[in-house]
Design a protein around this ligand. Structure first.
Ligand code: NAG
Ligand code: NAG
Ligand code: NAG
Length: 289
């Protein structure tokens, strides 16, 4: 049974490796699925809840903490100083917000470009197409400094494409359409290891889409975050914050009213929903009851 599902993995591996790939997210020696230091805030798109942005400011260290926002996924020709929620962070009191953008990986690899990240305590990736973040930053100094923000105890956050980029597997990373789950870009920045992250999940009825990934990469944890909802992660601790639901695909099941009372499909086809305040152990891959 396992051989049958593994075979397509090797076939895909041969096709995929074109294009830039992160070299910093691979840290196989970490005991944690999330970052050892610092915090991730993974938002499922269309985030209008100020409490989520406020939480990012707080995790960064308060109003004076330097925050860098990255609008690159959007694909616009140019961006102003308000891009990627920079304006929202300022409205909520953040006093040191910088928009950082290039589409050119050679530029992203320069100290002059990446300098704002040296002091940053927070990063926020805006929405759009997640492969644009890979093409611009994967393997560059800029990507390394994103990881360093976490290593220093800061916060890395993002919404929609800015959520998916945080996984080691890049869900919906295809350049032609966002309807291909296993596309021509498959490696994210890997702040969350051994995981694929999808977004807009309930608002767009995407809850079966994750299986396109898990069928070929059954070792991954699938995490699908609904709109205006955050998953907050440090080390192996994940907690749903605000909004509606985050769906976990770990081959297991849990229900508030009794997990063993349900008639479930096979474990390769199940998922379950956690809501605000629910906690999940990313190491054990189960809810913390
Ligand atoms: C975002 O969510 C709000 C509800 O919170 C909804 O009214 C709006 O249509 C959504 N926007 C998009 C672009 O889906
Ligand atoms: C923003 O933070 C950087 C790095 O700490 C600092 O050099 C700069 O003076 C700060 N800017 C403002 C306006 O506080
Ligand atoms: C986490 O922070 C500690 C203390 O600053 C540091 O020694 C360690 O190297 C950091 N770990 C990582 C993975 O960055």
């Amino acid at each position: 049974m396992h051989l049958a599902v593994l075979a397509p993995v090797f076939a895909l591996a041969a096709v995929v490796s074109a294009g830039p790939v992160s070299s910093f997210g691979a840290a196989g020696d970490s005991p944690y699925v999330g970052p050892e230091n610092g915090t991730l805030v993974i938002i499922g798109g269309n985030a209008s809840d100020d409490a989520i942005y406020q939480r990012i400011i707080d995790l960064a260290g308060g109003p004076d903490a330097p925050i860098v926002t990255v609008p690159t996924a959007d694909g616009a020709a140019e961006y102003d100083d308000d891009a990627a929620q920079a304006r929202t962070f300022r409205r909520l009191g953040a006093r040191n917000v910088t928009v950082l953008h290039t589409y050119d990986p050679a530029e992203a690899d320069t100290e002059a470009f990446a300098a704002p990240l040296r002091a940053a305590r927070g990063v926020f990736f805006g929405g759009g197409r997640q492969w644009r973040l890979v093409d611009a930053y994967a393997g560059t100094l800029t990507e390394r400094l994103f990881h360093d923000v976490l290593a220093r105890g800061g916060v890395v956050s993002g919404s929609s494409a800015g959520a998916s980029i945080q996984g080691s597997f890049l869900a919906r990373g295809d350049t032609r359409t966002n309807q291909v789950l296993v596309g021509d870009h498959q490696v994210g920045f890997g702040f969350l290891r051994n995981a694929a992250i999808d977004q807009h999940v309930l608002a767009r009825n995407r809850h079966f889409d994750m299986f396109d990934i898990l069928k070929v990469r059954p070792e991954l944890l699938g995490v699908s975050v609904d709109e205006n909802t955050a998953l907050i992660v440090s080390r192996n601790d994940a907690e749903v914050f605000r909004g509606t639901y985050v769906i976990f695909y770990d081959g297991g099941f849990w229900s508030r009213e009794g997990s063993d009372l349900k008639n479930l499909p096979p474990s390769s086809s199940i998922f379950y929903f956690l809501r605000h305040g629910d906690k999940y152990d990313l190491g054990k891959r189960q809810i913390v009851v």
